[in-house]
Design a protein around this ligand. Sequence first.
Ligand code: UDP
Length: 328
Amino acid sequence: MTTLVTGGAGFVGSHLCERLLDAGETVIAVDNMVTGSRANVADFLGNPRFSLIQHDLLQGLPELPKVDRIFHMASPASPPAYQRHAIATLRVNAETTRQLLDIAVRDGARLLFSSTSEVYGDPLDHPQREDYRGHVSSTGPRSMYDESKRYAEALMMAYHDAHGVETRIVRIFNTYGPRMDPGDGRVVSNFVVQALRGEALTIYGDGSQTRSFQYIDDLIEGIFRLMNSDHHLPVNIGNPNEFTVLELAEKVLRIAESTSEVHFLPLPPDDPVRRRPDITLARDLLDWQPEIPLEEGLERTVEAFRQVLFGDQRTGRQSPAAQSRAIS
Ligand code: UDP
């Protein structure tokens, strides 16, 4: 089986590549390294079944062999990153998705699109089920992400109907874990880096807004099962345990054994008040549910970030991934 992973050197994409390699697949990763990095794939770069093409998908698709499966994971995903790369975000979700759908038609390949809980916007229904149509701004500061993901879902459905493409659509809820870019700007990476460096934790607003944080391994398992299912409609993959941002800050401080202060900063406009997936569909369809509680996931994440930021304190050495990150 030959599998293409766009965004394969990103946070989610790299974990997915690793999982697919473990399952015996031949994996071609394409990444422009804007939010991805070589450090993320350093642990399996030498695997003969893995190849990495450094390429900007906005220039069109690279020359590709016949593929069996495609995971379209390429897109900035943290609000500061997609706002900084607004037009690229719109294009990679809209134009690149269409080009990949044409490859899926050409090769008879199955295509999984990485959609997002942001298709629900600032939700009025809680928790969010897949049939909730959302509360989204088409012009607001998150619109480049939310609306291009919504458009891509529509495109997937149209190709499914017109060409019989085997579509899979995963709506990913907040995910964290090792290989998040420390400068990515998302809440878990920000808090962990700040706690480890002894800097103040930056809480936007009063910290009462909620999110439901899922550990990366749980997400990858859900995506893997979804691709192998026969369900062509969107499926939520997320952890339904909901926490306020303030609770998250307290947990990070305790787990990192940090004495950092907490600073309250203005809440960015259009920041969703709450978010929590209804995962009934994933449970029924994929026999999937998250296994890693927040505390355990945060412990692993804090350890991984400690490595990346300071190296292994026992041996004084850095892992290959950490070394490569330091160089790149
Ligand atoms: N947030 C925060 N401090 C930070 C980064 C984010 O309080 O340093 C808040 C942000 O305002 C939002 C939540 O944490 O309410 C989750 O933000 P993130 O950027 O991780 O993802 P989102 O779910 O908003 O896309």
